[in-house]
Design a binder for this molecule. Structure first.
Ligand code: FES
Ligand code: FE2
Length: 402
């Protein structure tokens, strides 16, 4: 018998309560809705200053960098920018994940690119070498550096926090304190408010069956917004998602700055007569978790997708995506991957391209002067919440004001 799937552990409503709320909406022809309209100035998608402030905010927060299982064994590393900073994230021989600035302490060369598995990082320029813990190990012709303090010239560390099946990085000055408090045996997770709002839905035994990186020519917030409402399902996805789902029917929940948007399939009505404890929702709805500010984690029928939006400019975004099976804890690993891949094909082959086309069109029209501001109404409350949180957090950070 396959092992039962672990139940999602989230700060949001139970699956059964979500089903009840969806069924009420189906019967009444309603949806969760907000109470206010939000006007977001178009300038906020175009301004270099605003982007610099947003990136400073990214650096101050723990932001998801990759799934834990992307760094399964000692030496596994990923080199990529986060909020513009080139980083290497690597699992050490002690099992701990660490993050370092990807810059040699000699003359700053990049030490690694992409991903791989290494026993040490050897600089490609002159060969200085560093351990997985960042320590400077070797300097070719070391007698040419008679004054160097090797202990003081290890790689520059930033905080890496592994929790909830994810590795987060935090580039603020207090980030390393946060990392230390998290390392303690009796860590007080309550003190880590920000991370507490993030759902725990990734099992340690999941398989990454696909990962990719694309660059899109649009502001990162335009992409994010495309995930956060179901008001566009009928108009944008008429032949793709709409025949299986609903137009403008979502359950929308918040936890701190984070949010979860539920997109039900029509077959969810099959659960009306199923006892709450027996309701299996995995192929009846999609949970779209927004981890503030720039990460989404989608729980789909047969797979999980982590998507990280990295702004590369006001009109350029890199989207790094990890697609995972739900769990490896099934009888047939190959079958689990095949099922997950079919699931992914459905999403990628259809709806995603429609969303990206829509977002790219918005970006092309931004400079037209047609709009001074975009209007988000009562059916787009997760976007309103996001902009509110972003505006509040930028305002309270004097260090990143103009
Ligand atoms: S820059 Fe790395 S060894 Fe010189
Ligand atoms: Fe969409």
């Amino acid at each position: 018998m396959p092992k039962a799937m672990p139940k999602s552990d989230t700060p949001f409503m139970s699956d059964s309560d979500v089903v009840d709320r969806v069924l009420e909406h189906v019967a009444a022809g309603t949806t969760d809705r907000g109470t206010q309209t939000w006007h977001e100035p178009v300038q906020n998608y175009q301004s270099e200053t605003r982007l610099a402030q947003e990136l400073a905010l990214f650096k101050s927060l723990p932001t998801a960098f990759c799934p834990s299982i992307a760094l399964a064994k000692a030496g596994d590393y990923i080199a990529r920018t986060a909020a513009g900073t080139p980083l290497i994230i690597v699992r050490g021989y002690d099992g701990k994940v660490r993050a370092f600035k990807n810059a040699c302490r000699h003359r700053g060369a990049e030490l690694a690119a992409g991903k791989g598995c290494a026993g040490a990082f050897v600089c490609p320029y002159h060969g200085w070498s560093y351990g997985l813990d960042g320590a400077l190990l070797g300097i070719p012709h070391e007698d040419g550096f008679p004054d160097i303090d090797k202990l003081a010239n290890g790689l520059v560390e930033v905080a890496a926090i592994e929790t909830k099946g994810l590795v987060f990085v935090c580039q603020s000055e207090s980030g390393l304190d946060l990392q230390d408090s998290f390392d303690e045996a009796n860590r007080d997770e309550d003190s880590l408010d920000f991370l507490n709002g993030i759902p725990n839905v990734l099992a340690p035994d999941q398989i990454i069956f696909d990962e990719n990186e694309i660059i899109v020519e649009a502001n990162w917030k335009l992409h994010l917004e495309s995930f956060l409402e179901g008001y566009h399902i009928k108009a944008t996805h008429k032949e793709t998602f709409f025949p299986f789902g609903y137009d403008n029917l979502n359950v929308i929940e918040f936890n701190g700055p984070h949010a979860r948007v539920t997109f039900p399939f029509q077959r969810i009505t099959q659960l009306a007569d199923v006892a709450p404890e027996d309701r299996e929702v995995s192929d009846k709805l999609t949970y779209l978790n927004h981890m503030f500010p720039n990460v989404i984690l989608a729980e789909l029928s047969h797979h999980r997708t982590l998507g990280i939006l990295e702004p590369l400019g006001t009109k350029r975004t890199r989207i790094t995506t990890f697609h995972m099976t739900k769990s490896e804890a099934v009888a047939d690993r190959d079958a689990a991957i095949a099922t997950a891949a079919r699931d992914l094909d459905f999403v990628n082959g259809t709806g995603q391209a429609e969303d990206i086309a829509m977002v790219n069109g918005i970006q092309r029209g931004l400079n037209s002067g047609a709009n001074d501001a975009f209007t988000f109404g009562q059916f787009e409350p997760a976007i309103v919440h996001f902009h509110q949180q972003l505006a509040e957090r930028l305002q309270t950070r004097e260090d990143i004001q103009e």
